[in-house]
Design a protein around this ligand. Structure first.
Ligand code: FPP
Length: 248
């Protein structure tokens, strides 16, 4: 995505009122992109971070109010130590570098996942960016870091069970709306559209509860090559879908 920082208007073939209100992205293929170019895998992640910045800008320019990305899964700790360390310092460095711009551009950033297990210096940067942007209304940008959908559901169950044990909640009061309030994403609407790059056809433990009715768009393009034109294609495909939510 190298189309500059100027405001880009919504392409004429897209209908503003039928845009997704929340887009979720599994940013896959950084390693393959780097390998194909004879570069170390970390170069793919570095380039991936720049692409993410452009996508965020694009969502904001086109009036999409929420973007959630899968930056690091609970399973990603199994990668080589050097790659994990690189990713942690990439997240921390980008937060530090981009905070001023996020504030200026009215981005509200939030993180979901088990954040206590992250390096302390990254946790501090996360706290700083979340608190500095908490009143911004331009776009809600959620970064899933050390996130796992099953783990999120289990922690919600535990919190609800504790409430029941303490007599603060009756089992009959537990319904879908109550359950949602115990998820990390309690105050964001469910994603309308999931985009996954690099052709993989899996959810990979991402937002399992929230994506029950999300439309899924898969592209062969590797994440570091995902650009505005590619995003435009994903949105066009989304606008051609007929969303029935189980009805006829
Ligand atoms: C998956 O590609 C990508 C990741 C696990 C890391 C994603 C992180 C970024 C794009 C950086 C985001 C930056 C911020 C500041 C949030 P892969 O490595 O699994 O690729 P492969 O399947 O080709 O090996």
């Amino acid at each position: 995505m190298s189309q500059g920082i100027c405001l880009q208007e919504l392409p004429v073939d897209l209908e503003q009122e039928r845009l997704p209100k929340h887009v979720a992205v599994i940013m896959d293929g950084n390693g393959r992109w780097a390998r194909d170019k004879g570069l170390p895998r970390i170069m793919g992640h570095r380039r991936g971070a720049s692409v993410l910045k452009e996508l965020l800008r694009c969502c904001k320019d086109w009036g999409i109010p929420a973007l959630t990305v899968y930056a690091f899964s609970t399973e990603n700790w199994g990668r080589p130590e050097g790659e994990v360390d690189f990713l942690m310092s990439l997240f921390e460095g980008k937060l530090r570098e981009e905070l001023r711009e996020m504030v200026a551009e009215d981005v509200q950033i939030q993180f979901v996942g088990n954040l206590q297990a992250l390096p302390k210096s990254l946790q501090a940067e996360i706290e700083r960016s979340v608190s500095a942007t908490q009143d911004n209304l331009g776009i809600r940008f959620t970064v899933a870091t050390n996130y796992g959908g099953r783990q999120e559901i289990v922690q919600a169950c535990r919190a609800i069970a504790t409430q029941v044990q303490q007599g603060k909640l009756q089992p009959e009061e537990i319904d879908e709306a109550l359950f949602k309030r115990y998820l990390y994403t309690a105050d964001v609407c469910d994603p309308d559209l999931l985009i996954r790059t690099s052709g993989e056809m899996r959810l990979s433990n991402f937002l399992l509860w929230q994506m029950a009715y999300s439309e899924i768009y898969i592209t062969e393009t590797l994440w570091p090559d995902f650009d505005r034109a590619e995003f435009h294609r994903a949105l066009s495909a989304y606008q051609q879908r007929s969303r029935r939510f189980g009805k006829v």
